[in-house]
Design a protein around this ligand. Structure first.
Ligand SMILES: NC(=O)c1ccc[n+]([C@@H]2O[C@H](COP(=O)([O-])OP(=O)(O)OC[C@H]3O[C@@H](n4cnc5c(N)ncnc54)[C@H](OP(=O)(O)O)[C@@H]3O)[C@@H](O)[C@H]2O)c1
Length: 348
């Protein structure tokens, strides 16, 4: 096994020689979860291309076997498909899993859409997080998941019309009723989090955060002050940070993100090349460096990478065991400060 001067931990013998160690746990408010969980969105058709349920179920089992037993889903992924798929895992392994889901984005015709703009190619999204809908949304998710209680529940997006305090007030009633254990807020701003915290303790927020999508510093500071957990979505930059994405196929949702446009992707790959060289110098895969770097940014941040590939799922989980030296973190910080990402993201 090699020991690199810039990592505290000895890492990266060839794959077959690596030992697998338990994934460290972190607190998200009152919950304790693995530092690297699993984002299940990748398992529904229509996001990263087609996938069949048997393949998807094997990936879910592998995530739990690898220690990434904090599973993130939403009622909107695959229009309910993702939760129903996860039900097949939970049927046998409920006690091993911390399950997080989201509501407000899957609207049937009876629900008024509250529209808001996102990234210039994606156009707009519509949500409804009205207090009277919160319990019906939760009951529908519980039915699809085939369980009695959701461990962590989020509105997928703040409602542009409904005050966040009203949504959170209705979620607090779900805690009292025993339908959910913890309250999270997804895609939240610092002002919205501040307002929500006046109503009820917030266990975690969920925001996009990775080496190519920085977090809002004021939001991070508020989370630090209030010990609110952060669940980082797309922690691998929707795969970009693996260094392996050279093009995006038609029908892949990333085609909606300008930073994945062919010309921008070429530029962005060139700009991140030195970072991937750093990973090689550290005997880490680019994805391992990306996840380890993220976990070093805040003691209560948890990453939820998505993957359909068993070897990737295992490697991602083990990234939580990599300790980076302060000098390495400083050097990476300088590199990232000097990279301008070409093109906006999916939602920004
Ligand atoms: N709250 C929100 O609004 C929101 C929005 C988006 C996402 N999310 C959550 O965040 C989760 C993760 O997001 P995401 O899946 O879009 O992005 P991601 O985790 O940043 O990237 C996923 C992509 O990375 C690739 N990948 C993963 N591990 C790899 C490895 N070790 N080596 C090489 N490639 C690797 C996957 O391909 P393979 O399958 O080949 O490994 C997949 O194409 C979602 O599942 C969802 O739960 C939340």
């Amino acid at each position: 096994m090699t020991t690199n001067a810039l990592t505290d931990s000895a890492r990266l013998a060839p794959e077959t020689e690596r030992s697998v160690v338990p994934v460290p746990q972190r607190a998200l408010g009152a919950l304790t979860v693995p530092a690297v969980g699993y984002g299940a969105m990748v398992l529904s058709p229509g996001m990263y291309g087609e996938i069949n349920d048997d393949h998807a179920l094997r990936a879910l089992h592998h995530a739990v076997d690898s220690g990434s037993s904090f599973i993130d889903t939403s009622d909107a992924y695959g229009g309910g498909h993702n939760e129903s798929l996860i039900a097949r895992l939970l049927k046998d392994r409920r006690d091993e899993v911390t399950i997080a889901t989201k509501f407000g984005l899957l609207l049937d015709d009876s629900i008024e859409p509250h529209r808001f703009p996102v990234g210039f190619k994606f156009g707009e999204l519509a949500v409804n997080a009205s207090p009277e809908l919160v319990r019906p949304f939760a009951e529908a998710s519980l039915r699809r998941l085939g369980i009695d209680v959701i461990d962590l529940y989020y509105p997928h997006f703040p409602d542009p019309i409904v005050p966040i305090e009203d949504t959170v007030g209705a979620m607090a009633e779900l805690v009292d009723a025993g339908l959910i254990r913890g309250i999270g807020l997804s895609n939240i701003t610092v002002d919205q989090l501040r307002a929500a915290l006046t109503v009820y303790p917030i266990d975690a927020i969920q925001v996009e955060w990775s080496m190519w999508t920085p977090i809002d510093r004021d939001l991070l500071d508020l989370c630090r002050r209030e010990a609110v957990g952060i669940v980082a979505w797309s922690p691998l930059g929707s795969g970009f940070l693996s260094g392996a994405v050279t093009e995006v196929a038609s029908g892949d949702f990333r085609e909606h993100a300008p930073r994945f446009d062919a010309p921008n992707l070429t530029v962005n790959r060139a700009r991140f090349a030195s970072l991937w060289d750093t990973a090689v110098e550290l005997d880490l895969r680019p994805t391992e460096l990306a996840l380890a770097w993220l976990l070093h940014q805040y003691e209560h941040v948890v990453a939820i990478p998505g993957s359909r590939t068993p070897a990737h799922i295992g490697s991602n989980a083990q990234s939580a065991t990599v300790r980076l030296h302060a000098d390495t973190l400083a050097a990476i910080g300088r590199l990232l400060d000097n990279i301008d990402v070409e093109g906006s993201g999916l939602l920004s």
